[in-house]
Write a protein that binds this ligand. Structure first.
Ligand code: CTP
Length: 301
């Protein structure tokens, strides 16, 4: 009661106690006064009863605290993030994919959510826990991802394409497991849709952020992609550097804007990198809001 800081209460008790009318009323009174509550977890309770009453998982409490303490400078934005690899099957038990872990895309989705944005995360298969408080759409192949992105594009104000989309998929998918035969096996591949290219064509006023994963000519290749795909920002990632790219918890990037400016972001955690990228997005939003409106043309007399 003495603190001026936000207060988060994480109730943990017997389920009947939690559902008790007096407790419920007190929780609503405290909520009306500005105290913050988490809903307890479901499961077996200390008294062996089952129901809502477990202390929420510690990582969830930490995430809630992070969220409460983050200024909401992206409130009102609807941010669509794609993350992870895609999986391109060629029989019921095998697929081709890439090394993307999804960590950078998930960090962007979580950071945007903490900053007050409404987030939709469209994710290829990853080993990461599903983030809370956002719309989560799991997909597998590039074609699935394309369909999900197009379905959710209308309502988005910002699109961040952090997914490592497979450029090619097997031309045919055997209904049965392919048995081994001769010494070799030829796999015919065909092009996948370029999702960000399609988004770039339809983007309207949306801010479009893409990634460029490169092993050579980083800036030149990234700039070409930004132009070709009509992006506002491209995050260039040299995956040959130690600590950068797939699988790491850290990244080293260059943020390149459509006006040609480059911001070098040195080695840091992916959450911090995510915030740097979102700072750039915020700058574009603020710039657009404060841009002087074009004066109405003078009418001929
Ligand atoms: N991307 C996409 N759909 C694809 C391939 C890529 O939306 N089929 C997006 C990625 O999410 C990323 C950006 O395009 O934001 C650049 O991806 P990258 O693989 O580096 O570039 P490509 O254009 O595929 O070029 P290349 O593979 O020839 O380097």
């Amino acid at each position: 009661m003495a603190t001026k800081a936000p207060v988060l209460i994480c109730p943990a008790m017997n389920v009947n106690m939690y559902n008790n009318a007096v407790v419920k009323e007190n929780i609503s009174r405290l909520t009306a006064m500005g105290y913050l509550f988490m809903v307890p977890g479901y499961g077996e309770l200390a008294c062996k009863a089952e129901g809502y009453g477990r202390l929420p998982e510690i990582p969830d409490i930490v995430e809630e605290v992070e969220s409460i303490l983050t200024p909401k400078d992206l409130r009102g934005e609807k941010i669509l993030v794609t993350a992870g690899p895609t999986r391109e099957p060629f029989d019921p038990v095998r697929y081709i994919t890439n090394y993307s872990s999804g960590k950078m895309g998930y960090a962007l989705a979580i950071a945007a959510k903490r900053r007050g944005a409404h987030v939709t995360l469209i994710s290829g298969p990853t080993a990461l826990p599903t983030p809370r408080d956002m719309t989560f759409i799991p997909v597998a192949s590039a074609v699935d991802m394309r369909d999900a992105v197009m379905e959710h594009l209308d309502s988005a104000t910002v699109v961040i394409k952090a997914a490592a989309v497979a450029d090619y998929r097997p031309s045919s998918r055997s209904a049965r497991k392919i048995k081994k035969g001769g010494d070799g096996l030829d796999l015919q591949l065909e092009r996948n849709p370029d999702i960000i290219l399609e988004v770039g064509r339809k983007k309207g006023n949306r801010i479009l952020v893409g990634f460029a994963v490169e092993t050579e000519n980083l800036v030149e290749n990234a700039r070409n992609k930004l132009k070709k795909k009509n992006m506002d920002i491209i995050v260039a990632n040299d995956v040959t550097k130690e600590g950068a790219g797939f699988g790491y918890d850290t990244n080293i990037i260059k943020i390149i804007s459509a006006d040609g400016k480059i911001e070098n972001v040195p080695l840091m955690g992916k959450m911090e990198v995510a915030d740097r990228i979102l700072d750039k997005v915020k700058k574009i939003i603020t710039g657009r809001q404060s841009a002087p409106r074009r004066r109405p043309a003078l009418r001929d007399k």
